[in-house]
Ligand binder design. Structure first.
Ligand code: F42
Length: 253
């Protein structure tokens, strides 16, 4: 089993770099940085983390296909992969309606948009010229002008269809839940997707993205976590605490 930790760049980037260094020293395998328009930029943060760490993997945890075109995402994560010496992971999820309403961006067909974006991203990260005429995503022959490397793509998913899609197309899944029963149900959905696509579950790194909270005072720690759990149950709008991820499957990356 391996461990990761998520940081929200609501904190200054250099503070997160310090925490990421500590996480690396303590043996964590992954650092994930969230992507919300109202926090520090995810790729700027990951670039600073790349320069301040040596071995820990660095992921968007997660970015979305609405605020960033897939070609821009490929360029950004490819740059992080280059700077970090091949340590990048691309976490992608559709985000949530409330956030995009606030930004004036239509949040249509999140599942289809995620699916088609991953298809385009696989092309870009594989060095292909991407021509696509999907329902939501279209490309007329775009191509990266540098080698991004074959960055693994993880999906943020909780819904049954999203989990099934992850089983079909993703290298990993970040499941934002805490109860063991949630993960049992989720694993069944992921497996159904994997079966449909003729994939083995060994090809998919499944991570429990569970909230944790630490304080010398147990009541204070619990209260701080309640806020995050409430948001997660309602809409994952903003996460003010760190999230720990542990893999439920043997890790491939
Ligand atoms: N969101 C962020 O904005 N920033 C983050 O940093 C972030 C981190 C993160 C980490 C882990 C994680 O698991 C999620 C994270 N999220 C973050 C949230 C993430 O972006 C997604 O919003 C979330 O994981 C997706 O939630 P969900 O799996 O419940 O999917 C939603 C979209 C849903 O409704 N799914 C349905 C389902 O059954 O799975 C499918 C809906 C569907 O089929 N829609 C059709 C379609 O084509 O899209 C259209 C149907 C119609 O009637 O039009």
């Amino acid at each position: 089993m391996s461990f990761g930790i998520e940081f929200v760049p609501g904190d200054p980037v250099l503070k997160i770099a310090h925490y990421a260094k500590l996480a690396e020293q303590q043996g964590f395998d992954n650092v994930w940085v969230t992507d919300h328009y109202n926090n520090r930029d995810v790729y700027t943060t990951l670039a600073v983390l790349a320069m301040n760490t040596n071995s820990i993997k660095l992921g968007t945890g997660v970015t979305n296909p609405y605020t960033r075109n897939a070609a821009i995402t490929a360029s950004s994560i490819g740059s992080i992969n280059e700077i970090s010496g091949g340590r990048a992971i691309l976490g992608l999820g559709p985000g949530d309606k409330a956030t995009f309403d606030a930004m004036g961006i239509p949040w249509d067909k999140p599942l289809t948009t995620t699916k088609e974006s991953i298809e385009a991203l696989r092309g870009f990260l594989g060095g292909e010229k991407v021509e696509m005429d999907g329902d939501m995503i279209k490309f007329g022959g775009a191509k990266m002008a540098f080698k991004t490397g074959d960055v693994p793509i993880y999906m943020g998913a909780q819904g049954p269809k999203m989990l099934e899609l992850a089983g079909q197309v993703a290298d990993g899944v970040l499941i934002n839940a805490s109860h063991p029963r949630d993960f049992e149900v989720a694993m069944d959905k992921i497996k159904a997707g994997a079966d449909k696509a003729g994939r083995s579950m060994d090809e998919i790194d499944v991570a429990a993205y569970a909230c944790f909270s630490i304080d010398k005072d147990a009541a204070k720690a619990k209260n701080a976590a309640k806020v995050v759990v409430a948001f997660t149950l309602q809409v994952p709008l903003t996460w003010s605490l760190n999230v720990m991820e542990l893999t439920l499957q043997p890790r491939k990356t």
